[in-house]
Design a protein around this ligand. Structure first.
Ligand code: OFO
Length: 175
């Protein structure tokens, strides 16, 4: 049985994963609007990944006898100055999510909830990977000053990202 305090922070994290999905889908729409199709595709895959993160938490809460509570998802921003600003905000957002996961883990430790601690280990690793990936893209964008032929080539590369999201079985999602 899930302790109330752990259930609350997991439901809060669930909402943040849905918000992440919504934010990245909004970024995808922005990229479509400025004809950066590869970046639009990349963000659509990222949206799917975030949905898989949300469903992982959703399934876990139900499986351990907790109660999932869905809250309103905040409206994301819809427009940005340029592609560099999008990735600066993406990096900032991922650092925020890392802190948020760490806080959930802290509560799980305080409540001696070893099953939740175990479940969260996957998220800890995933956040390290996500922060590193986004930072790499941001640095590459800075190198090419977010424009010109470099941007065109990077857009093509971003379009190659393959989605391996399985919402029926989010634990099998790897990217
Ligand atoms: Fe769910 O990892 Fe990004 O936010």
């Amino acid at each position: 049985m899930l302790k109330k305090r752990v259930e609350e922070v997991l439901n809060e994290q669930l909402n943040r994963e849905f918000y992440s999905a919504y934010l990245y889908l909004s970024m995808s729409a922005y990229f479509d609007s400025i004809d950066l199709e590869g970046f639009a595709h990349y963000m659509k895959v990222q949206y799917q990944e975030e949905m898989a993160h949300a469903i992982r938490i959703f399934n876990y809460v139900s499986n351990v006898g907790g109660r999932v509570t869905l809250k309103a998802v905040e409206q994301p921003k819809g427009t940005w100055k340029d592609v560099i600003e999008v990735f600066e905000e993406t990096h900032k957002h991922e650092c925020f999510i890392t802190n948020s996961i760490n806080e959930v883990l802290t509560v799980a430790h305080e409540e001696h909830d070893y099953a939740t601690i175990n479940m969260l280990q996957w998220f800890i690793g995933e956040q390290v990977e996500e922060e590193a990936t986004v930072l790499k893209i941001l640095n590459q964008l800075r190198m090419i000053e977010g424009k010109g032929p470099g941007l065109f080539m990077l857009d093509r590369e971003m379009g190659q990202r393959i989605s391996n999201v399985n919402l029926e079985n989010p634990e099998q999602t790897t990217n």
